[in-house]
Design a protein around this ligand. Structure first.
Ligand SMILES: Cc1ncc(COP(=O)(O)O)c(C=O)c1O
Length: 436
């Protein structure tokens, strides 16, 4: 019997764990190293999603391990009103990477960073309405969940008063087309803001957006969209908050995804990738906004704000990203990943679309290419086959969307492992295709 089926383990799961999302994978994970996780049979599983889209440097990078060990021996956690060098040094490093966003608040999770961003936007604008995309994911806490539309809205009572939404442009299923048949995102944005203006009670505080909507199925905002969105916000006195939980720190081939578009948001939130698997998040903003917030008594006092241990990890992560040239590597490996996936699209009809940027790529599974019909079931079966063959991939199964694989391998993955993963994907698709 496989050690992954240990009845004592699964009995403990069913008796003692809260089920907080989809089904658990049928494996018991014992350790993780580099681009692999290892199950109870000692089998290596290639991790094509960097854990929960976070382990940017793979698992257990020696510099991160050393930073944790060293800082743990110095100071891990302090009274929230006390500061230490790792916190100030990380704030300086982040500010250098995101010119204009000089003021940094260090927190623990993505949801928390978005709470802080939304709270600050409400305070400085004196308004309360928050707009987000209808396929967004910003987290599971109050304000973040109110701005999350891709899942989890039903059954929890009212979301925040003043929560508004617009559709995100979807290049695979455009709502608006130019006379030439191309996606017309400008017409879509204009139309969406007419709806925003119609719904608003005159208290628009901010728009919160992911530059590439990840949980929404890897929907990339086309070049020019962010600048146009920023203009729409500023015309209305709203702030633009960008949530780069998944896209930050090199994953897309730029240090931050917004930098491709030559704009700067009013507020930037970072999480997942800056801790590379450990709980670290940041909210960054301009001195003008931070000064205004401070004058108005901005309060965001949490247990783990400005903790030295995660800050030391953040510094180590940035060091590795810079020393190992991982921003460029995301471009280079991303191009190879894209090429391999495009080849799968040529070969298999069920691969409807391949999209994304750098090392954040979506593969949409459809049952009918012409009508672009979503096929969650086939996607789910491909994921199961891949896991059986030693590849972990993350699939989005949301109503109204195809099964979309979100591929986000560590930026440190070897070319051989990347090819190996592509090979397993092909085998998994082939196996599902021949079994139907
Ligand atoms: C874009 C984005 N923002 C925020 C979050 C929430 O982060 P956390 O789960 O760390 O609270 C996520 C999590 O998946 C995310 O993808």
């Amino acid at each position: 019997m496989s050690a992954n089926m240990d009845p004592e383990f699964w009995d403990g799961v069913s008796r003692n764990l809260v089920r907080y999302g989809g089904a658990f994978d049928p494996v018991i994970i014992e350790r993780a190293a580099g681009s692999h996780i290892y199950d109870a049979d000692g089998r290596a599983i290639l991790d094509f999603t960097s854990g929960q889209m976070s382990a940017l440097l793979g698992h257990g990078h020696p510099k991160v391990v050393a930073a944790v060990q060293n800082q743990m021996g110095q100071a891990a956690h302090l009274f929230s009103g006390m500061l230490s060098w790792p916190v100030v040094n990380l704030a300086k490093r982040l500010a250098r990477l995101a010119p204009g966003l000089d003021r940094v608040l260090l927190l623990s999770t993505g949801a928390e960073s978005n709470e802080a961003a939304i709270r600050m936007a409400k305070l400085v604008t004196g308004r309360h309405e928050i707009v987000a995309f209808s396929k967004s994911w910003h987290g599971m806490t109050g304000a973040a969940a109110s701005a999350t539309y891709s899942a989890g809205r039903k059954g929890y009572g009212p979301s925040a008063v003043g929560s508004l939404t617009i559709p995100a442009p979807n290049s695979y299923r455009p709502r608006f087309r130019t006379p030439e048949g191309e996606m017309d995102w400008q017409a879509e944005l204009d139309d969406a803001f007419e709806l925003v203006d119609a719904q608003s009670v005159g208290s628009l505080a901010a728009f919160i957006a992911e530059p590439i909507l990840s949980s929404g199925g890897i929907l990339e905002l086309p070049k020019g969209y962010l600048a146009a969105l920023r203009a729409k916000c500023h015309e209305r006195g709203m702030l633009l908050i960008l949530d780069e939980a998944q896209t930050g720190l090199g994953r897309t081939g730029d240090m931050f995804a917004y930098q491709r578009d030559g704009i700067t948001p009013d507020i930037l939130t970072l999480s997942k990738t800056i801790g590379a698997g450990l709980p670290l998040a940041a909210m960054m903003t301009t001195p003008e906004i931070e000064d205004r917030a401070h004058e108005k008594g901005f309060l965001f006092y949490t247990t783990h704000v400005s903790d030295p241990l995660p800050a030391a990890v953040g510094l180590a992560v940035i060091d590795v990203v810079e020393e190992e040239g991982l921003v460029q590597r995301a471009r280079d490996l991303g191009a190879r990943l894209r090429e391999g996936l495009d080849a799968l699209k040529q070969r298999y009809d069920c691969v409807g679309d391949v999209r994304g940027r750098g090392m954040l790529v979506g593969v949409e599974i459809v049952s009918d290419r012409r009508d672009r019909l979503a096929d969650h079931e086939t996607g789910g079966r491909i994921a199961e086959e891949a896991l059986r063959r030693g590849l972990s991939m993350n699939i989005v199964k949301l109503p109204g969307m195809g099964g979309v694989f979100r591929l986000a391998p560590p930026l440190t993955i070897s070319e051989a492992d990347l090819e190996h993963g592509l090979g397993i994907m092909a085998q998994a698709i082939e196996a599902v295709r021949t079994s139907t």
